[in-house]
Design a protein around this ligand. Sequence first.
Ligand code: GAP
Length: 460
Amino acid sequence: MAEELTEYSGPATMEKITSLAKRRGFVFQSSEIYGGQSGAWDYGPMGIELKNRIAGFWWKEMTQLHDDIVGLDAAILMHPRTWEASGHVENFTDPLVDCKKCKSRFRTDMVPEENLAKKICPECEGELTDSRKFNLMFKSHIGPTEDNAGLIYLRPETAQGIYVNYKNIIQSNRMKIPFGIAQIGKAFRNEIVTKNFIFRTCEFEQMEMQYFVKPGTDVEWFNEWKKRRWAFYEKLGVKTDHMRWHQHGPDELAHYAKDAYDIQYLFPMGWRELEGVHNRTDYDLTRHTEYSGKDLQYIDQDNNNDRYIPYIIETSAGLTRTLLMLICDAYDEEKIDSDSSGDSADEMRTVLRFHPVVAPVTVAVLPLMKKDGLAELAQDIRSELKEDYATDYDQSGAIGRRYRRQDEAGTPFCITIDYQTKDDQTVTLRYRDSMEQERIPRADLAEKIRQEIKAYKRGR
Ligand code: GAP
């Protein structure tokens, strides 16, 4: 087995990723013109395409390719008793200390031990308060009065929307155990430490799947879902030497979990959690039974109407965190050493080697010249491809510079239209990763790209 990487040694830094994300319209600071809102980010034209494609890929993998998993889109606002039942009101806390002098707030586990022991602020050496629990849920009020009767939480995880609907889904869709419910949606946490760009934010999106199983089969299903979730990232071409499993120790386990493993990814700032696979036992459904007074047992009609509270295996990935991971994973810098067809020699290029299924733009159409009808011809070809692919069109600047722009946005295919196209209806297809080019008939383009996407293996 290859030795595990201890630190990131690739070309990306968080500064480069943040700057590229802004420059190319992936991610902007929220409310930037007012100085920005910490913990919140806006997804620009490229970012929303990338996010939608990651979500679409996950959705297809988890629902379309699994006959036993159905989808759900539950409301963000839920009955406040939900969060009492789930244990979040009591347990979803971070231990915090405040500095009495500079007013900075720290997560206790982030403060060096000697500072904690002596109660000295690591920033200004002022006096620190005692550690206290700080609940991460955002609270608001619903209705006309701002009193406790109208107390409402912004959900800190999407999972609970699935649990409270589990009986509805069994009844409406005649689901039989084992089965799963998948959901993608926003979640909110009042995070204190929100550095590292979009890694940990107060508003983010999750892609969660809850798989309901018979007690006693949970360990087997837990191991099965670990395998499947690892395979998901492999299918996206993520560098597997940048991925590893981390099992939660007793002091890390969430209040609901019997066992939990994270898939960690080696980001430029080090190994960090990407996704969690959790064995939540019958904790959630037992608690909701208790708090709602509703019987949430499963009736196994194929087995003498046996009744039991199912165990739940959860796979929980951050959509926005996956987006950051995919940008970091795809980021590359390369010296260009050939000057064939517009790729000038001795230049550096920045390239995002996204798998084509998630790339924001799949095909860019570039006329070599604007004149002599080439632009019109290129627009015509673009219109043909639009039905099947996300396209871009660029006619300004030298062709090499236009390739560079597409490389930096992660566009896997460029099509160049030149004078020969007018004569014989062929175009040049350029591959982002290898920069190789081939001449193919215009009529074959859509099918050729389809095949290339299906067979895609990352070049570097
Ligand atoms: N339902 C289980 C659950 O929410 P979690 O480990 O707290 O478990 C699951 O979160 C995933 O959600 C994480 O692995 C991460 O990808 C993402 N996530 C959690 N908190 C986040 C935050 N503040 N910002 C961005 N992503 C976050």
